[in-house]
Design a protein. Structure first.
Length: 243
C-alpha cells in the first residue's frame, strides 16, 4: 500500500464510519428489541478476530501466520448457546443455529453495522477482506496456499469485493463469470470426502480479496475499486443478496 493510498483509505474510513454511525444509530433500539424478544440474552456479540498479517512463527518445524487480533462487534444473530456443542465453526447456509431475526439481519447485512465503531477506532476498515476467527484462519492458511496473504498490510473490512460479488458464504452465483472457474478451485484433488468443504468457498473469496489487494498499489486504481464497492454495498443490503 502506497503512502497516498494509506492516507486516502484512513480518511475515507473516518468519514464513512462517522456517517454510518449517524445513519444507523436510530436502528439500534429496534434491532435490539427484535433480537431480545426472539432470543433473550445479549444484544451484541463480541468475538476475537484476526486482522492484519504481521509475520510468521515456527512451531514444531511448521510455519504459522501471525495476525493482529481485535474484538469485533456484531448484532447477535445466533442462539446464545450456538457454539456450546461445536466450538468455533464457520456459519453455513441455512445454519440451524441462526434465529429468524438473525437470518434477516445477515441477509441484509444489518448485523454488521456495529462494526462502524471498529472502523472509527482503527481496528477495521470500511472495505477489506472479512476478518476470520484466529483459530480457523490458521487452519485455512495451512490448507489454502497464500490464504494469509489477503491480510498482508490490509485491515479487515465491513464490506469487500468478495462480499459484493459472491454473497454471504462465498459460493459463486450460477450466472457469474467466476462460476466457470469453480470446478478448478473447489475440491482441487477430487476427493469425495472433501466435497462441499468450507475451504472451497474460501478459495473463491481469496481470488477477490487478492484482486482488491492488487488495487491498493496505485491511488487511481484504489479509488476506483473502493468507491465501486461502497456504492454496490447498499444495493446488496437492500436486495438481501447475502446468505
Amino acid at each position: 500500500m502506497t503512502p497516498g493510498v494509506r492516507v486516502a483509505k484512513r480518511a475515507i474510513d473516518i468519514a464513512g464510519s462517522l456517517v454510518g454511525l449517524t445513519l444507523t444509530l436510530p436502528l439500534y433500539p429496534i434491532i435490539g428489541a427484535a433480537i431480545y424478544l426472539e432470543s433473550p440474552g445479549p444484544i451484541f456479540y463480541m468475538q476475537r478476530r484476526a486482522g492484519m498479517l504481521i509475520g510468521t512463527e515456527v512451531r514444531d518445524g511448521v510455519s504459522y501466520p501471525r495476525f493482529v487480533e481485535f474484538h469485533m462487534r456484531k448484532f447477535r444473530s445466533m442462539r446464545v448457546d450456538a457454539e456450546k456443542m461445536t466450538g468455533p465453526v464457520l456459519a453455513q447456509q441455512d445454519d440451524p443455529r441462526i434465529t429468524r431475526v438473525g437470518r434477516f439481519l445477515r441477509k441484509t447485512r444489518l448485523d454488521e453495522i456495529p462494526q462502524f465503531w471498529s472502523v472509527l477506532l482503527g481496528d477495521m476498515s470500511l472495505v477489506g477482506p472479512r476478518p476470520e476467527r484466529p483459530e480457523l484462519l490458521v487452519n485455512l492458511a495451512l490448507a489454502i496456499p497464500f490464504f494469509e496473504e489477503r491480510m498482508r498490510d490490509i485491515k479487515p473490512g465491513i464490506t469487500g469485493l468478495a462480499q459484493v460479488s459472491l454473497g454471504y458464504s462465498g459460493r459463486a452465483p450460477a450466472e457469474s463469470e467466476v462460476a466457470a472457474f469453480e470446478a478448478t478451485l473447489t475440491n482441487p484433488f477430487g476427493l469425495e470426502e472433501a466435497e462441499g468443504a468450507e475451504a472451497d468457498d474460501m478459495r473463491m473469496k481469496l481470488l477477490f480479496d487478492l484482486a482488491y489487494a492488487a488495487s491498493l498499489e496505485k491511488l487511481s486504481t484504489y479509488l476506483q475499486m473502493e468507491l465501486s464497492i461502497l456504492l454496490k454495498t447498499p444495493l446488496v443490503m437492500a436486495l438481501g443478496l447475502g446468505r
